[in-house]
Design a protein around this ligand. Structure first.
Ligand code: PHE
Length: 356
């Protein structure tokens, strides 16, 4: 049959030159597609004499198979080349050390605040908050702290800057969490049971004092709350917090905002220079407390003839040091990563009360 050799040469040449799948498909259609050259030739077979067909048929069939095989082979070769190229491009050096993805830790102060809130929540205390920049009325006056009280003097309190001629009453960085008592009572009235953990500020800096530290305030007001309730709540708290029974000792004291007032010690012992809470017969002072002064209730809009209750204020940082054996307070606020990694907590470490 005429032209088979040319057709063969033409298509094999085109296959060899096809540089990608798309070009190869064009060649396939031109040769073997419905209107492809070889397909058209095969259709001509019908019009041939039986002799012609006898020689042309097998020749065309053989050509079709050959072109088909050549297309496949070229396709495989192109795919291989593409893969080679990708592998060369997308290499990965698996001998490189993995990238580290450092994870932060929960600061002991945050951890301890969580633990404390969980323990007090079990006793029905909600969490209250107040601003760290506080009016001197909330921080002092409302708490029955007279203007001439030493706590108000410049050497203790950070006062906010005022332009000359600005005669607004001063704002201070709150020196304790007690102003939250006032805010919570104003907002909610009585009865009320809240704790207020947060930052407080005093001009103080040595091995055991930092200008910013943390306190937790407690306040319970109802019709017949007494100091016995205070003692129970605190002993319950310390025992849950330290995970063992802890006795308390109340010593008479004085705060302008409570009457009577008591400083509270917890039972402890020193063994080989190691402090142990909840055993032995030493005492360690940990908080101030008392029955809320009638003046304070009145400042917050509560009738002291109807309501009474207790308040306490405790240092959180110190409680963290005691529970987790952390020696130096200043390190709490230096943001030294080695310290944070050592003393920090994992995100899923549960407050002691929950873990049990
Ligand atoms: N606010 C007191 C302090 O900072 C602690 C305290 C709170 C005492 C509540 C009595 C009642 O020292």
């Amino acid at each position: 049959m005429d032209g088979i050799a040319e057709i063969r040469a033409k298509h094999l040449d085109a296959i060899g030159k096809a540089g990608d799948g798309e070009a190869l498909e064009t060649v396939r259609l031109a040769a073997l597609g419905k209107k492809g050259e070889i397909s058209l030739k095969m259709r001509e077979l019908g019009r041939m004499s039986p002799e012609e067909r006898k020689s042309a048929g097998p020749a065309l069939n053989a050509l079709k198979d050959e072109i088909d095989a050549a297309l496949r082979a070229r396709k495989a070769a192109l795919d291989d080349a593409a893969l080679e190229e990708r592998l060369a491009r997308e290499w990965l050096d698996i001998t490189l050390p993995a990238r580290s993805c450092p994870r932060g830790t929960v600061h002991p102060v945050s951890q301890v605040m969580e633990e404390m809130a969980a323990i007090f929540a079990d006793m029905g205390f909600a969490v209250a908050e107040g601003p760290q920049v506080e009016t001197d009325w909330h921080n002092f006056d409302a708490l029955n702290i007279a203007p001439e009280h030493p706590a108000r003097q410049e050497h203790d309190t950070f006062f906010m800057h005022r332009e000359p001629g600005d005669n607004r009453p001063p704002h201070v960085l709150r020196t304790h969490t007690s102003p939250v008592q006032i805010r919570a009572m104003q907002a909610q009235g009585a009865p009320i049971r809240v704790i207020a953990p947060g930052r407080v500020y005093r001009m103080d800096m040595d091995q055991t004092h930092t200008p910013m530290f943390h306190q937790i305030e407690g306040l319970a007001i109802d019709r017949d709350i007494t100091m016995a309730n205070l003692k129970w709540v605190l002993e319950e708290f310390f025992s849950a917090y330290f995970g063992r029974p802890v006795r308390t000792r109340f010593r008479a004291s004085h705060f302008p905002f409570t009457e009577p007032s008591a400083e509270v010690d917890i039972q402890c012992s020193w063994v080989n220079g190691q402090l142990r809470v909840g055993e032995g017969d030493d005492w360690m002072e940990v908080l101030g407390s008392g029955m809320v002064h009638p003046h304070v209730l009145r400042s917050a809009g509560i009738d002291p003839g109807q309501w009474q209750g207790f308040a306490f204020g405790m240092g959180i940082d110190r409680m963290a040091m005691l529970k987790y054996g952390i020696p130096d307070l200043r390190a709490f606020f230096e943001s030294d990563l080695r310290w944070l990694r050592h003393y920090g907590f994992g995100a899923l470490e549960m407050p002691s009360l929950h873990a049990g």
